[in-house]
Design a protein. Sequence first.
Length: 236
Amino acid sequence: MKNNRYSPSIVRYYDAIMKAGYYNHRDIALILQKILKNRKKILELGVGTGLLAKELIKSGYAVSGIDFTKSMIERAEKRLTGRVKLFLQDVSLLDTKEKYDAAISEGGPWLFLRRGRSLNLQSHIKDFEKNISALKRVSDHLNKNGLLALNIQPMHQNIDGLIIGKKLEYSQRIKTQARWIEKEYIVKRWKKRVAYQKSIYRLFSKKEEMELFHKGGFTSSHTDKSGSFMIFRKNK
Ligand SMILES: C[S@@+](CC[C@H](N)C(=O)[O-])C[C@H]1O[C@@H](n2cnc3c(N)ncnc32)[C@H](O)[C@@H]1O
């Protein structure tokens, strides 16, 4: 099955979509500070255009970032100008030859969706075993007592015509099944489509989720006080 690399057209409008209220990266960095405490060497999985990485370096973290979308990494390079080590890599082949105190994914390869009172793991990686090997690679890149923090966000919603710039509108269309979510991202300028992306995400049951993290080298999870991140600890 095709992977979810972002199309160059949607990457061109990524920052505009984010800045129209999708995520608030300053607030996320402040929440992460409370989670990370004295863990200073951080790996961001799915660094995107570097919006969160920029806030993290402002707060004094040493940040590296990986992303499998070339146009995202190119934008991150421009934004971060050598202050973050960037790698064009798929997390399933993660290999930076360094160890970190924590890995974080904010809307990256893995995240949790809030559905009523439960939290559902969502992954960009469709294959079950490949998720395990990718998590193993992440845990192998962590120091003793290393943490993995995955953001928690509301269930995806349809969005219609959110204004993201002059004559620029963003819409998203969601189709949900028990094990899959299809998400279409559409940008229109003067009502004419200028960017499009379709991503398919895998969802896991609680039992599968526990097996994934256990086999991937992580133990006990808990949510942070703000309810924004699910936190896993590297196995001893
Ligand atoms: C929604 S963006 C989030 C970017 C950034 N973390 C932020 O907060 O703005 C998700 C990013 O994860 C990347 N990504 C998704 N799956 C990945 C994978 N398997 N390996 C590496 N990067 C991945 C995508 O290319 C994309 O840039």
